[in-house]
Every structure is written in structure tokens, then in C-alpha cells.
Ligand binder design. Structure first.
Ligand code: UDP
Length: 194
């Protein structure tokens, strides 16, 4: 995969539509992909946080926000378009709607999580939201959450636990989650819940 590095972070150079196509292909092939939507703040966290840096090095990193596009321009790197987490979530939900994919929504407060699940189920009726739960749980509950997700074998897992927590969490359980595409979506459920 072609990448352009900004402060060492390997950004995909694909534009929005090509990114969606590539991710859909990977899902159809049953390949597991961890998508990290990296804005300048995430790039800075990765400078300091070794474990997160290792995850980012192996992930599919997209340029989330105009700050990354400007930085690329300044550095003469071929990143021309931003690919934001919320737009990617919506685009993947559209495909899920058409193809009947299974989706799990993890994270945010109980109220926001429930509302986000309702809104997405209304808007993408063909997608199967096989489960959802809030992002405030103890370590003791994690095995059961992983098992619940894995039982459904969802194509899509969106995790809204804030960065880098969401990425550390998904990476820790990646081998057991049985999901094709997992993506940290930060505050997106709050936006969708309205
Ligand atoms: N969140 C969560 N569990 C936690 C910490 C945060 O579910 O332990 C949720 C929080 O409720 C919010 C989301 O994570 O819905 C994103 O938080 P924030 O906006 O701080 O993350 P960022 O967008 O900066 O990554």
C-alpha cells in the first residue's frame, strides 16, 4: 500500500472514494483491517505513545482533517483530500445498507449509544445492527463484550471510546473479535445522536 509519512505516520494517499472502495474490497475478501482516522492531535499522540505508534504503523491510516492535507501540501506529499471518520462511517453504512452487512456499535454514553444505534438503523435499514453497547465498562466485563461481538461476526465494528483508547482496545482483542473492519470513531456517535 502506498503511504506518505508525516512525522513518521504512514498515511494512505487515496482520496475519499478510493478509500471506501479499497476498504469494501478488503471486507469482501474477509481481510481484517484496523482503520485509524488521524488528525494532527493523533499524529502528536503517536509521537509519544509507543504502543499506539506500533498500532498506527500496522493500521490503515487516513488523513482526518484539513490540517493533515495542509501539512502534506507544505511537505510536497501526495495527500490531496481529507477522509474524515464520520464521513467514512456514513459511507460504509451506505454499503452495509445495500449489502446487508452486520454492524456493531461500541462506545459513548448509554444514551448516546442507544440514540446513535436508533438513528443509524432508521437511515440504513438494510444494515443489520447486531449489537450496541456504551463505552463505560470495567476490565472484568471486557471478555464478555468481545465474545458478544465475535458471536455475530460483524463486517463493521465502530468504537467510540476516544483516541487512543479505542485503538488500543480494538488492537488488544483484534484476534478474537471476528470483525472485518474496525474503526475508532471518537465523538461520531455524539454527532449522530444529535
Ligand atoms: N468514551 C467512552 N468511554 C470512555 C471514554 C470516552 O465511551 O472510557 C466516549 C465518550 O463518551 C465520547 C467518545 O468516547 O462519546 C469520544 O470522546 P472524545 O470526544 O473525548 O474523543 P475524541 O473525539 O477526542 O477521540
Amino acid at each position: 500500500m502506498k503511504v506518505a509519512r508525516i512525522l513518521g505516520i504512514p498515511f494512505s494517499i487515496r482520496g475519499f472514494h478510493e478509500t471506501v472502495e479499497e476498504l469494501v474490497d478488503r471486507i469482501e475478501r474477509g481481510e481484517q483491517t484496523h482503520v485509524v482516522t488521524a488528525n494532527p492531535e493523533i499524529v502528536m499522540i503517536a509521537q509519544e505513545h509507543q504502543e499506539f505508534r506500533r498500532i498506527v504503523e500496522q493500521a490503515y491510516v487516513v488523513p482526518d482533517g484539513i490540517g493533515i492535507v495542509y501539512a502534506a501540501k507544505w511537505l510536497g506529499l501526495p495527500i490531496y483530500e481529507r477522509v474524515t471518520g464520520i464521513e467514512l462511517l456514513e459511507a460504509l453504512m451506505q454499503v452495509a445498507d445495500q449489502r446487508g452487512w452486520k454492524v456493531y456499535l461500541l462506545g459513548a454514553s448509554p444514551e448516546v449509544n442507544r440514540l446513535a444505534a436508533e438513528r443509524l438503523a432508521e437511515r440504513y435499514a438494510g444494515a443489520k445492527i447486531v449489537g450496541h453497547r456504551d463505552g463505560y465498562f470495567s476490565q472484568d466485563e471486557e471478555a464478555a463484550i468481545v465474545q458478544e461481538i465475535a458471536e455475530h461476526k460483524p463486517e463493521l465494528l465502530f468504537a467510540a471510546l476516544g483516541a487512543p483508547k479505542q485503538d488500543l482496545w480494538m488492537d488488544r482483542y483484534a484476534a478474537n473479535l471476528q470483525v472485518s473492519l474496525m474503526m475508532g470513531v471518537g465523538g461520531s456517535f455524539d454527532v449522530i445522536a444529535g
